[in-house]
Write a protein that binds this ligand. Structure first.
Ligand code: DAH
Length: 330
C-alpha cells in the first residue's frame, strides 16, 4: 500500500495517475480484488476486514484526488503560458496611408484664407467659353487666349484652363461684397518638367463698395499669406498683364533655396515667381452687372507651391503614384 501511495504522489501527469488508479480500482485492481475476498471471510472477521478495506480505499481516493487537483492546476498553468499572447510583441506594422503633398499644400493654403474670412466657392471642371474667357475680358480672337493651351470638347465646351471662371460664377450668384477663394483642378495642353495636363489652382476674389478696397489691401494680404506659407521671405510685386485685372502684377518671393544669392532653381535671379494678381478690370464687372464696386483678384498654382515647399524637382513625379515619393509625406 505505501508503495502505491508513493507512486501516486510521484505521478507527473494525469495519464500516469489514471493508470495507477486503474491498478487500484479497475476490474482487476487491487481494491476490487480485496472486496471480492469478503464473501470467503468468516462472519466474525468480516466487519474488521471490511473496515480496514474501506480505510484503505479512502486513503487511495484521497491521495488520487489530491494529486489530480495538483496536476490539473499545473496543466492549466502550462496551457496559460503556452497560449499567452504578448500584446507588446513587435511584428510587422501595417503600412498607413498619407496625404498627398498637393493635398497637404492645398489644405495649408485654404487654412490661411479661411482664417481671413474668405468663403470657399466651386465651379464646374467643364466650362463654357463665356465663363472661362469672355467674361474675364478675353474676347474671341484676343491674342491673350493663346496664353492658355485649352482642351476643347466642342465649340461650346472646354476643360477650364484656370479657376478664374469661378469668380464670374460667384459674382453672378451673389451680390457684393464678395470675399472668396476657389480651389480646384484645371487643365492645359502642356507636359514637361514644370507642367502637367491637370493641376490645381486657388483663385481669390475680393469685391467691395467702390473705393473700399485697393491695391494696398491686395498687397497686404498676399505678403502676409506668402510669409505664412514660406516663412521669412521678401515679397516683390512685378508689373505684368492679365486681361481680367488692371493693373496686373506677378508676385515673386526671395529664393528660399539660395536665400537670394542665385541658384539653378531661381535661374540665378534670386526670385521665385509664385502668383498672378491685380485690381479687377472694370470690364469684368460689366459682364456680371456689378456697379460702383472695386476689387482685387489673385490666382496661384498649388503644385508650384508644393514643389517649392517640399523641394520636388519634377512636377510630373507628383502624379506618378510612386510610393517612394508618397511615403516621405507620412
Ligand atoms: N488665371 C491666371 C492663370 O491661370 C492666374 C491669375 C492671375 C488669376 C491674375 C487672377 C489674377 O485672379 O488676378 O494664369
Amino acid at each position: 500500500m505505501d508503495e502505491l501511495i508513493s507512486r501516486i504522489n510521484k505521478a507527473d501527469n494525469l495519464e500516469s495517475l489514471d493508470k495507477i488508479r486503474v491498478e487500484i480500482f479497475g476490474k482487476k485492481g487491487l481494491i476490487t480484488a480485496e472486496f471480492a475476498k469478503l464473501k470467503d471471510i468468516a462472519n466474525e472477521e468480516k466487519k474488521e476486514f471490511a473496515n480496514n478495506l474501506n480505510k484503505k480505499k479512502d486513503a487511495f481516493n484521497n491521495a488520487i484526488s489530491l494529486k489530480k487537483t495538483e496536476l490539473e492546476n499545473l496543466e492549466l498553468l502550462q496551457r496559460m503560458k503556452d497560449e499567452a499572447i504578448d500584446v507588446t510583441m513587435f511584428d510587422e506594422i501595417p503600412s498607413v496611408g498619407a496625404l498627398h503633398p498637393v493635398t497637404i499644400t492645398m489644405d495649408r493654403i485654404i487654412d490661411y484664407f479661411i482664417a481671413q474670412n474668405f468663403s470657399i466657392e466651386n465651379g464646374p471642371l467643364i466650362e463654357d467659353d463665356f465663363h472661362n474667357f469672355e467674361a474675364l475680358n478675353l474676347p474671341k480672337y484676343h491674342p491673350a487666349r493663346d496664353m492658355q493651351d485649352t482642351f476643347y470638347m466642342n465649340d461650346k465646351r472646354l476643360l477650364r484652363t484656370h479657376t478664374s471662371p469661378v469668380q464670374i460664377r460667384t459674382m453672378q450668384n451673389f451680390k457684393p461684397p464678395i470675399r472668396m477663394i476657389a480651389p480646384g483642378a484645371v487643365f492645359r495642353r502642356d507636359f514637361d518638367l514644370t507642367h502637367t495636363p491637370m493641376f490645381h489652382q486657388v483663385e481669390g476674389l475680393v469685391v467691395e463698395e467702390e473705393d473700399k478696397v485697393s491695391f494696398a489691401n491686395l498687397k497686404y494680404i498676399l505678403e502676409d499669406f506668402l510669409r505664412y506659407m514660406f516663412g521669412d521671405v521678401k515679397v516683390r510685386f512685378r508689373p505684368s498683364f492679365f486681361p481680367f485685372t488692371e493693373p496686373s502684377t506677378e508676385v515673386d518671393i526671395s529664393c528660399i533655396f539660395c536665400k537670394s544669392s542665385g541658384c539653378r532653381i531661381c535661374s540665378h535671379t534670386g526670385w521665385l515667381e509664385v502668383l498672378g494678381s491685380g485690381v479687377v478690370d472694370p470690364n469684368v464687372f460689366k459682364f456680371v452687372n456689378y456697379k460702383n464696386v472695386s476689387g482685387y483678384a489673385f490666382g496661384l498654382g498649388v503644385e508650384r507651391f508644393a514643389m517649392l515647399l517640399h523641394g520636388v524637382p519634377d512636377l510630373r513625379s507628383l502624379f506618378e503614384g510612386d510610393l517612394r515619393l508618397l511615403e516621405q509625406f507620412k
